[in-house]
Design a protein around this ligand. Structure first.
Ligand SMILES: NC(=O)c1ccc[n+]([C@@H]2O[C@H](COP(=O)([O-])OP(=O)(O)OC[C@H]3O[C@@H](n4cnc5c(N)ncnc54)[C@H](O)[C@@H]3O)[C@@H](O)[C@H]2O)c1
Ligand SMILES: O=C(O)C(=O)C[C@@H](O)[C@H](O)[C@H](O)COP(=O)(O)O
Ligand SMILES: [Zn+2]
Length: 364
């Protein structure tokens, strides 16, 4: 099993997404990128991933590259902040990393977003490579060059568009993921079907059992399709001037819930709740039928994503939604569905309408 997806800037390939069954081709890929044995490499990872995979990756790399460093920070969204970036800058400075040297993000979306942001800003930009190890990061966060950190608990408030030189994914690492993280990844995957590809959405429902069983062929096909959906969008609109905003379906309210949960709910779970609210509003506006709305909720439930949540005050969720960075003037930029597989940007929702959507999912 091996698949390669090129990502272009419209003309030239800027990096490839490699789907592999192990870490065995990593050095070969770095050599293909003309990274030389004397360039320093720093594997950046978190405290959960390090004991599982850091040694294997470090050993592979050390066979070819003479200076391979390892930097580990505490796992979790709470680490996606300026302190962790500062500690990484310090590590790079103390180990004399210069402009030719390279960071490798080995982990989930937190590691990828944070390492990418550090790479974008250290010495005004050094190269970095994504080695995503969660389902969510393989299908979504490692692709497209959105890097960043949270600030004052606001999601991804500080960041940069900065593209990796390579995305190398070893699909076998998904077997060590806790079930909840598979669930979280499914939030973004269902999003892909809902915004771009109705037949993919149906395929996900039809393959529920194989997905839960982590059937290697079905997993590979699913990751391949999702990567292609995301690749197509980010190629056409790398800096979110238009179409890329569709990838934010479920995030407008989802990010607000994530923040208000103090990050106790996972990103994909919050996206799932946001998808229900946005789909509810799409139904209220007469775009999707009640049957489709129920089908969306059932699909989320099939993959154990919550569709309603107790303990959230709807007004507070609205206020957090309006302080997210997706405001244009006083209007929230909302992503809604015209139909399953076809999303659009809508800026005309009133606070009352948004509250209606929030109240459907959030029960205080
Ligand atoms: N840049 C983007 O385009 C983009 C897209 C989607 C999400 N995100 C961001 O990504 C983050 C969520 O990513 P995530 O869900 O990967 O979270 P995460 O990085 O926190 O990983 C989830 C958990 O799984 C653990 N883990 C990682 N790989 C493992 C493995 N193979 N085996 C066992 N445990 C493993 C991690 O240590 C962590 O505890 C959020 O911060 C979100 O905002 C960014
Ligand atoms: O790549 C994108 O664009 C996305 O919106 C993908 C989202 O899944 C992701 O969570 C992203 O980080 C959200 O971006 P933000 O700009 O709303 O913070
Ligand atoms: Zn997301």
């Amino acid at each position: 099993m091996s698949k390669s997806i090129p990502v272009t800037d419209g003309t030239n390939v800027i990096y490839t997404i490699e789907l592999k069954k192990d870490f065995g081709d990593l050095c070969k890929e770095l050599i293909r990128l003309k990274i030389s044995p004397d360039q320093k490499l720093c594997i950046v990872t978190d405290s959960n991933v390090a004991p599982l995979y850091a040694k294997e990756v470090q050993d592979q790399l050390s066979a070819v590259f003479s200076n391979v460093f390892l930097h580990i920070f505490p796992a979790g969204e709470a680490s996606k902040n300026t302190d962790t970036v500062g500690a990484l800058y310090q590590f790079l400075i103390e180990n004399h990393f210069d402009r030719r040297d390279i960071l490798l993000a080995l982990g989930g979306g937190v590691v990828g977003d944070l390492t990418g942001f550090t790479a974008a800003t250290y010495l005004r930009g050094i190269d970095f490579i994504q080695i995503p190890t969660t389902l969510l990061s393989q299908v979504d966060s490692s692709i497209g060059g959105k890097t960043g950190i949270d600030f004052m608990q606001y999601k991804n408030m500080v960041g940069a568009f900065y593209q990796p030189k390579l995305v190398y994914m070893n699909l076998s690492v998904l077997h060590s993921l806790p079930g909840k993280q598979i669930v979280s990844g499914m939030g973004e995957i269902i999003k892909h079907g809902l915004i771009k590809d109705a037949s993919y959405f149906e395929w996900l429902i039809a393959h529920e059992k194989e997905i839960w069983a982590l059937d290697p062929e079905i997993l590979e096909e699913m990751i391949y399709i999702s990567c292609n959906i995301k690749r197509d969008v980010v190629e056409r609109d790398p800096k979110e001037q238009g179409e890329r905003a569709l990838l934010n379906f479920g995030h407008t309210i989802g990010h607000a819930i994530e923040k208000l949960s103090d990050f106790s709910l996972y990103h994909g779970e919050c996206v799932g709740l946001g998808i229900v609210a946005a789909s509810y509003l799409s139904m209220q506006l007469g775009h999707i039928s009640k049957e489709d709305f129920e089908k969306i909720q059932n699909a989320l439930s099939l993959f154990e994503l919550p569709t309603q949540m107790d303990g959230f005050n709807a007004e507070k969720v609205l206020s957090a939604t309006k302080s997210d960075k997706k405001m244009v003037g006083n209007q929230v930029k909302f992503i809604l569905l015209k139909e399953i597989g076809n999303a659009y940007i809508y800026r005309e929702l009133t606070d009352e309408q948004i509250l209606d959507g929030i109240r459907y999912v959030c029960r205080s």
